[in-house]
Ligand binder design. Structure first.
Ligand code: UN1
Length: 509
């Protein structure tokens, strides 16, 4: 199925300009690089990129701002985040428009992304009154041990096109509450939503009397990210993107003893057991695998189905895939928008060719859509591929809507297959058998940072910690106690007696 005709690039340009103006941003015209839309695959505006001097200035300014921000009481810092959350609420629709225009997300998911930003702001406001340390029992009389959490410094946020605003907000709302300042290097593919977010934060800072330099946006190519990665003034690099990118960033930050928080590739799977509620499973699987055109790091990429129900489930999924409306993401009926680029589509076709060469059989989808409308736009049918083993291509993350289906006989076998990939982000099991569910969640079950029961792999709430193991990079962002990554703990030993007692019964003098 195909939804209504695509808007023209001129319509999208006008809509982007209107949304930006309502947010308060005047598009800074330039010639360094171009904002484009995957909806038509065409350019929207020419923009200016940050120069090396701009990057240097941002480093100096955010470092100077940190020196005052770190001593601003945390609940006062929370006021900035609260104001940002209010402005995001006021501009929810405009921001969602920009996300749809630049990332191609359907309207409901784009609004969801803005909601995710609002949610993390609420969370971080509460956090600003809950940066708790502990008191620890001392082994010495008249002594107290305590743990104090201090702001860390400048945080460099490197974000990807697919969650162009929410991932920035997870990092920025929490970092600001924690007393850090932020430099943001967004994806070159999503500059407009970045300008809008930066503008709203600057406005919030002005309104609450916080330093303007608590945040800086640097638009441009990877050389900016590299500068942040290598500069010792950046205390923490929080980078979201491919495992290939993380392989470069991690060691470079470590080489200067900086900290990094990496949120890299996923190759997420769901196990579907014989007792699963199939109505629920089908709905959850289609959203997780085909939603966002397969371009979430949490997208469901592997389905591990019990042999007894495999044919039934696959038939139901295939039928659902055939009805997926693909096309204009602004159309309420559309469920699958464009891929970000023709390069992404080439990557998808290449993976499908390889999968077939490695024994895979395409059961649904796989074709190109709306090719006639715009050669530069990349609309693709989400695909289901049946495979009999986890060959090379199945073990890789292809950032496109491809769902590989494998079968299993015993749960042990399913868990072994599940964990036998290099990535470890998100996972789920569909079962009504409590023993199976608990085993999947146990230490001998899923090896991922996110493990769910009777819900898909994507669409996590902000309250939990977000991130994964193995090649996913090990970082945790967003909720729970992820805030600790943005602060440094100091252990304090306080002697309130008038005797010097040495630990471990050491005697001296
Ligand atoms: C990402 O794809 O980088 O759980 C983030 C989810 C979203 C976040 C995805 N809340 O799918």
């Amino acid at each position: 199925m195909t939804s209504t005709a695509l808007p023209t690039t001129e319509d999208l340009r006008t809509r982007a300009r209107t949304s930006l103006e309502r947010v308060g941003v005047t598009v800074p015209e330039g010639t360094d690089f171009r904002a484009r839309t995957p909806i038509t695959g065409e350019d929207l505006f020419g923009l200016e990129a940050a120069t090396a001097a701009d990057t240097e200035e941002a480093l100096t300014a955010t470092r100077a701002a940190f020196l005052t921000w770190r001593t601003t009481p945390a609940p006062r810092r929370g006021e900035l985040v609260r104001r940002l959350g209010e402005l995001l609420r006021d501009h929810k629709s405009d921001l969602a428009d920009l996300i749809t225009i630049e990332a191609g997300k359907i309207r409901s998911e784009a609004l969801g992304e803005v909601q995710e930003m609002i949610d993390i702001c609420d969370f971080a406001v509460g956090l600003s009154r809950q940066l708790y340390g502990r008191t620890i029992a001392s082994e010495r009389p008249g002594h107290r041990l305590a743990e104090t959490w201090h702001p860390l410094g400048v945080v460099g946020v490197i974000s990807a096109f697919n969650f162009p605003a929410a991932v920035w907000s997870w990092n920025t709302a929490v970092a600001l509450a924690c007393g850090d300042t932020v430099i943001w290097k967004p994806s070159e593919l999503t500059p407009l939503i970045s300008l809008a977010c930066d503008h709203l934060l600057a406005r919030a800072a002005e309104e609450v009397g916080a330093p303007r330099d608590v945040h800086r946006l640097l638009l441009g190519d990877r050389t900016i990210g590299e500068k942040l990665v290598d500069d010792p003034r950046v205390a923490l690099i929080s980078a979201t993107g491919s495992t290939r990118m993380g392989r470069e960033v991690g060691p470079r930050v470590a080489a200067r003893f900086g900290r990094s928080l990496l949120e890299l590739g996923g190759n997420n799977a769901a196990v579907v057991a014989p007792s699963a509620d199939l109505d629920l499973a089908v709905q959850a699987i289609v959203f997780a695998a085909a939603g966002t055109a397969g371009q979430r790091c949490t997208t469901l990429r592997r389905l591990i189905v019990h042999r007894d129900i495999a044919d039934t489930l696959v038939a139901r999924l295939t039928a659902a895939y055939q009805k997926l409306p693909i096309g204009n993401p602004f159309d309420d009926a559309t469920l699958v928008g464009p891929l970000i680029s023709t390069k992404a589509l080439d990557g998808m076709q290449d993976a499908l060719t390889r999968a077939q060469g490695q024994g895979g059989k395409i059961l649904a989808g796989g074709g190109r859509r709306l090719a006639e409308a715009a050669a530069q736009a990349a609309y693709a049918e989400p695909v289901i591929v049946r495979v009999d083993k986890q060959s090379d291509v199945v073990r890789e993350e292809t950032f496109a809507p491809i769902l590989y289906v494998l079968t299993y006989d015993t749960l042990d076998e399913a868990i072994a297959l599940h964990n036998d990939v290099p990535q470890g982000l998100s996972s789920s099991i569909f079962t009504r058998d409590q023993q199976e569910a608990e085993l999947f969640l146990s230490a001998e079950g899923s090896d991922c940072g996110i493990a769910n029961v009777n819900i898909g792999t994507s669409g996590a709430e902000i309250g939990g910690a977000f991130g994964g193991e193995k090649e996913t990079g090990g970082g945790r962002e967003s909720g729970s106690d992820s805030w600790r990554a943005y602060m440094r703990p100091a252990t304090n030993t306080i002697n309130y007696s008038s005797r010097l007692a040495l630990a471990q019964n050491v005697s001296f003098l």
